[in-house]
Ligand binder design. Structure first.
Ligand code: AKG
Ligand code: FE2
Length: 213
């Protein structure tokens, strides 16, 4: 019998050479992932960081894993400590690691070994302007990015900030992997529209896995 409430099977949509969206790939793990996000945030709360240029970021961030991405007046860096609290980051949950490694493999990147997971929390109006992820030492390792909660428009561009961008809606459970020839493409998130998500409330969460060192 047709079950109208069955979870959709994941499917994949190529974005560019070395970049793919694994649609709904994290959906079956979503509740467990959000539970871990809450635990991590209870230890190292989400913060609106200040960029080296003195701007307060609209996206609130925390991290888990050996290294965390932070920013302050000195610049952007990966560090073993939360510069807000001075404590180590919580360990990367096994579920996070397994999901990231298997998504990377499905996208053609065997041997992904993330040591950092940046957790981004978007509230309505929050955005991430076009940027490259280039603070990592080994650019042969991809970026794996998991979307949870409210939908958002992801921009995926070229190798110059001014290059044309593709816009795609990322929804609860979608995973984007980019690496290889696409590793340094500019990307960003347009301002989040208000809404309420049944599992994540008024937020969008994004987990971004990287090999930093
Ligand atoms: O929120 C997203 O989907 C993208 C996050 C991102 O690009 C980053 O954290 O560097
Ligand atoms: Fe990024």
């Amino acid at each position: 019998m047709l079950d109208l409430f069955a979870e959709e099977e994941p499917w994949s949509e190529p974005l560019a050479d070395g970049a793919v969206i694994l649609r709904r790939r994290a959906l079956s793990d979503a509740d467990a992932l959000l539970e871990q996000v809450a635990k991590i945030a209870a230890q190292n709360p989400f913060h609106h960081r200040i960029t080296p240029g003195g701007h307060r970021m609209s996206v609130a961030m925390t991290n888990c894993g050996d290294l965390g991405w932070t920013t302050d007046s000195r610049g952007y860096q990966y560090s073993e400590q939360d510069n807000a609290g001075g404590t180590r980051w919580p360990p990367m949950p096994t579920l996070f690691r397994q999901l990231a490694v298997s998504c990377a493999a499905e996208a053609g990147f065997a041997n992904f070994n993330p040591d950092a997971c940046l957790l981004n929390r978007y509230e309505p109006g929050a955005k991430l302007t076009l940027h490259q992820d280039k603070d990592e030492r080994d650019l042969r390792q991809p970026i794996v990015s998991v979307s949870l909660g409210l939908p958002a428009v992801f921009q995926f561009g070229g190798f110059e900030r001014s290059d044309a961008t593709t816009r795609v809606l990322l929804e609860h459970g979608d995973v984007v992997v980019w690496g290889g020839p696409s590793r340094l493409r500019y990307h960003g998130i347009l301002p989040l529209k208000p809404g309420i998500h049944p599992q994540a409330g008024a937020f969008r969460f994004n987990l971004t896995f990287r090999r930093a060192h």
